[in-house]
Design a protein around this ligand. Structure first.
Ligand code: NAD
Length: 451
């Protein structure tokens, strides 16, 4: 299966019933290339209410047969169109409870029906798999709404979906902006929305779900994740993980370790090495279409201005600029990996999600002091602790108020274990068996054995 898309030949129409079709909306999306700001296209479909209704109707029609298909058959088709993450479907057979009281209880995991995923721009392919794979594997039909900033990787999937033999209506792709997302979140016949994006939008989606049909909601939201580095750590390991964490994907990662706390005994040494590592990262910044590039530009001008704004304001009394802070080149949205030290713990660069390659570093004396600061936030996605004392590592891991904790590592995830945040970083979990539960509802069947 090969893609034949090129910049001149990108898919721009929505995908319903295994066909690319024009939207009923006159409004279109414009897309710009982040490497130089040039216009790519200005006519990508923006799905309207009528388009969402058409996608829902197609999905409802496809649902009964898809639901009845054996899980392994569904998996084989999905694997052909690169939707993996679903090996646990074999082990998701439900439960039964013995009939000692005269009633045999069987618990089935039932699909919900028409489900949807609303995804952001910073992981436009990865987030599709996290949502579509468990949705389809458990027998639901699925509607994908990619970000208005990154529609093409989603739309290109349409070709694979058709070639892999997914029945028409099982997987629809509706490009659009927040208006399309809101129609989906408020739709009376969509039974579940799995959302990844900002906290502000996540809260709106939960509200729309509640006001419409109480559809089920999973929310994967933002973070401002701490890495706590103790005197007794392996210093080079701590530097490597924290420098990679804040520069991968140009820092546009929800679980990036953006707050780095270093115990005072190794603070100076850490700063020297971390500064060097971040300076070296500049050499990895280049155009996204070059095979050797590790760090690309920020996604667009708006994100560039947002990150640059944080850096500019940060230098006005919030902290001390250690390294970076400048634009790279004079076109495109490239920015130097940037570190602030001596930050005011109440300042915006310390407290808010910047979503760029910008970290803050602060020294600490005691575990008690730093755990209070690390947890003093409404975010709770990821945390990391660096130490060679296993007792301390496990104690701190337990004390972090976050959905995920790395010991001697940070900002990573695995498909088998729950992914998601506590507090305002999210509701529910993705990956592994938790993802399958999030797209099903238990149904209890009670059999009277005395009848
Ligand atoms: P965003 O909330 O602006 O948009 C995300 C998606 O929601 C887009 O598809 C957008 O079109 C849609 N949307 C916008 N307004 C809507 C509305 N009113 N109703 C319904 N849908 C609407 O977020 P973004 O800027 O695309 O992504 C960045 C954010 O995503 C960051 O905060 C980041 O931390 C978070 N994120 C979280 C995770 C995670 O797994 N926890 C992963 C990646 C990104």
């Amino acid at each position: 299966m090969a893609f034949s898309w090129s910049l001149k030949n990108l898919p721009k129409q929505i995908f319903i019933n295994n066909e690319y079709v024009g939207s009923k909306n006159n409004k279109k999306l414009s897309l710009y290339n982040p490497k130089d700001g040039s216009l790519i296209v200005d006519d990508v479909s923006l799905a309207s209410e009528q388009d969402v209704d058409a996608a829902v109707a197609a999905a409802e029609k496809a649902f009964p047969a898809w639901k009845k298909m054996l899980p392994n058959e569904r998996r084989n088709i999905m694997t052909k169109c690169t939707l993996r993450c679903i090996w646990q479907i074999d082990k998701f057979g439900g439960e039964s409870w013995p009939q000692k009281d005269g009633f045999l209880k069987i618990v089935r995991n039932e699909p919900l029906g028409v489900t949807a995923g609303i995804v952001p721009w910073n992981g436009p392919i990865g987030t599709i798999g996290l949502k579509a794979a468990p949705a389809l594997a458990t027998g639901n039909c699925f509607i994908l709404k990619p970000s208005e900033k990154t529609p093409f990787s989603s739309l290109a999937l349409g070709t694979l979906i058709k070639e892999a033999g997914l029945p028409p209506g099982v997987f629809q792709i509706l490009t659009g902006d927040g208006s399309t997302g809101a129609i989906i979140a408020s739709h009376m016949r969509i039974r579940k929305v799995s959302f990844t994006g900002s906290i502000a939008t996540g809260k709106k989606i939960q509200e729309m779900a509640a006001k419409s049909n109480l559809k089920r909601v999973t929310l994967e939201l933002g973070g401002k994740s701490p890495a706590v580095i103790f005197d007794d750590c392996n210093l080079d390991n701590a530097v490597m993980w924290t420098a990679n964490a804040i520069t991968a994907n140009t820092g546009q990662v929800c679980f990036a370790a953006s707050r780095v706390y270093v115990q005072e005994g190794i603070y100076d040494k850490f700063i020297e090495k971390y500064k060097e590592a971040m300076k070296n990262k500049v050499k990895e910044v280049s155009a996204p279409d070059k095979e050797t590039t590790n760090i690309g530009p920020l996604v667009d001008e708006a994100q560039f201005k947002r990150v640059a704004g944080f850096i500019e304001r940060g230098q006005k009394g919030q902290g001390k600029l250690l390294v970076g802070g400048q634009r790279i080149g004079d076109k495109g949205f490239y920015i130097e990996p940037t570190v602030f030290t001596d930050v005011d713990p109440t300042s915006e660069i310390h407290c808010e999600e910047i979503f760029g390659p910008v970290s803050v570093v602060k020294s600490f004396k005691t575990e008690e002091e730093i755990m209070a600061l690390a947890n003093n936030t409404n975010f709770g996605l990821m945390a990391g602790v660096f130490t060679q004392d296993i007792n301390k590592a496990l104690r701190v891991a337990s004390d972090f108020e976050s959905g995920m904790v790395g010991i001697n590592c940070v900002s990573l995830m695995f498909m088998v274990s729950p992914f998601g945040g506590s507090k305002e970083s999210g509701v529910g979990r993705e990956c592994g068996i938790h993802a399958l539960r999030a797209f099903t509802e238990p149904k209890t069947i009670m059999i009277n054995m005395n009848y």
